[in-house]
Design a protein around this ligand. Structure first.
Ligand code: SER
Length: 320
């Protein structure tokens, strides 16, 4: 039995991770949310939920006490492009929030998972097969909070013994809750547009490569890492993980094979393009593979079949 608090449970990752954790564990799996993003439907009905604003340490502590929480998944963050328009808020949520979570975890002996990102890398990092341990000098607020978060999480492990673990997620492709304000979001939007209108305006250049992953693999990564025997871990915050690397042209061609009339135009967003250009083309995730058995299931072809089937059915029912 585990008692888990998910902070940010109604976001792109949280809405699916909470349901997955509830299907795997029998304890209290508490959906933490802010009042403007309440859980609904099955997320609300299938287990406890609580208002937990990551910037409010007392709310975190009270919920941890009430539900006897042993593990916190701290998913609250602004994604890369929106963080550039609100850098102060991105810091308050990303770093102030993480500090609150780590302090509560230190006092109440919780394990903590906080996603990091390919955003920790920058123009000075090796571009291809970017190694686990290399230069991390991002020039985005998103990247700055993620690098700082990795360092702070390792500090809490080394100094206080808090069981902190993390992965550097690439772009996450999913069909339950849309992401908001990320640089990799185009790879989600393209599927919705293909199904809904048959046309897509791509904000990135055709040859812009980035790492990507389908959400079921991302959930597996987070849960597997939190379950592994800590004696196996050389690294903690944070592991490179990837499942595929592609550019808009390649994903467009994969969709066009299945929807022959699908059209794409490229209308470059300079902010997103500059962020994407500063991120790796592909990651080396061998440390995750060796230390805790990371092994993704979904590749681009399987994911494309699944995304188009699921979104196609939902479109027929008028749900999207
Ligand atoms: N998906 C994130 C973004 O694009 C990267 O981790 O901001």
């Amino acid at each position: 039995m585990k008692n888990i608090l998910i902070i940010g449970s109604t976001g792109q990752i949280g809405s699916e991770l909470t349901m997955e954790l509830r299907s795997r564990y029998t304890g209290n799996i508490v959906a933490g949310y802010i009042p403007s993003a309440k859980p609904q439907g099955r997320l609300l009905e299938s287990g406890p939920s609580a208002v937990v604003d990551v910037t409010n340490a007392q709310q975190i502590a009270e919920t941890v006490d009430k539900y006897n929480i042993d593990t916190i998944y701290n998913l609250a963050a602004l994604l890369s492009a929106v963080a550039e328009s609100k850098p102060q808020l991105a810091w308050t949520i990303g770093m102030g929030g993480l500090f609150n979570v780590l302090e509560v975890a230190r006092e109440k002996k919780c394990a903590v998972f906080t996603p990091s990102s390919i955003g920790v890398f920058g123009n000075n990092s090796p571009k291809n097969k970017t190694p686990q341990d290399t230069i991390r000098q991002p020039r985005t607020m998103y990247g700055v909070t993620k690098v700082s978060g990795e360092l702070l999480s390792d500090y809490y492990f080394i100094r206080f013994g808090v069981d902190t673990r993390s992965v550097r997620f690439p772009g996450l492709i999913s069909n339950v809750t849309p992401p908001g304000g990320g640089t990799t979001d185009y790879a989600v939007d393209i599927y919705y547009s293909a199904i809904k209108t048959g046309k897509f305006e791509c904000p990135l250049g055709a040859d812009t490569y980035m790492d990507m992953m389908y959400m079921p693999d991302a959930l597996n990564a987070a849960i597997t890492l939190m379950e592994v025997d800590p004696a196996r871990l050389v690294h903690r915050n944070s592991f490179n993980v990837t499942a595929m690397s592609f550019c808009p042209k390649i994903i467009y061609e994969a969709i066009k094979k299945r929807i022959p009339d699908f059209e794409i135009t490229y209308i470059i967003d300079p902010l997103r393009q500059s962020i994407a250009d500063s991120w790796p083309d592909s990651l080396d995730d061998s440390c995750a593979r060796n230390e805790w058995g990371w092994n993704p299931y979904w590749d681009m072809e399987k994911m494309t079949d699944d995304m188009l089937t699921i979104l196609g059915e939902r479109h027929k029912k008028g749900l999207i």
